[in-house]
Write a protein that binds this ligand. Sequence first.
Ligand SMILES: [Zn+2]
Length: 258
Amino acid sequence: MKKAIFERWDSNFADYEWRWLFYLERLTDGSFTLSAEQELIKADEGDEPLEVADIPGLREGADIYESFMTMIASNECGIDLDDIDPVADVVAELDPVVGDQFRRGEELLERRASQAQRSDDARIDALVARHQEAIDELTAGLDHTPEQVGGKSLFSPRDRVRRFLECHLRREEKLPSPEQAIDLVLGAGRLADALSPEAPESWIKVPYRRVSVPRGTGGICPFCGNEFRGRPVSPRWNLHCQCGATLDYLGMAWLSDQ
Ligand SMILES: [Zn+2]
């Protein structure tokens, strides 16, 4: 059974006029197919209506809602939230449960996304826990005394490499080689030796290791080993680390000495 669930008339400044019609069809296997048709009412001769690919295989109201909203948005066919209820009423004529899910589509999709995020977080936490022993082994030989710079006691080389390994594991889901990790985090030597002589008073300033990836760029905090990846939002972008450091766009990391 196929029902028209939403209709919209539209026009533009050039006096063209068209109508969108969205349909939902229930198949005998219980699944739904969403489709849309554009009908040109006033147009130039030879203009063809836009073709929209059907979306088959939908089962839950939230999926229908998501596909419907995507179809609406990708064809620049607006809908007000007030229009959702009447659409849900028509969906409910095909299936009351699915209609109710459609009505609560926004809420159900949000809930689904946060559940997926939670289960992904749990999976990554378990992965890090499984690798704790390997991380201990990789970092066993490193200096574990906190580094003293200016008036400040900073993370030890071992803690910095550990932090980096955890970051890397969370992002890549595998550990880098120990040589690579140590080179990236400790390659520049001791923090006290890397200090920039131009740092203003009460600031610790050292170069940081920049990393670049296809979809962005970032760096490794020299003070704690945390690795950032991100897309620069402006040519002068600064990163702020959870340890309190700022990694500036010129490649220097700053930490207050206070
Ligand atoms: Zn940091």
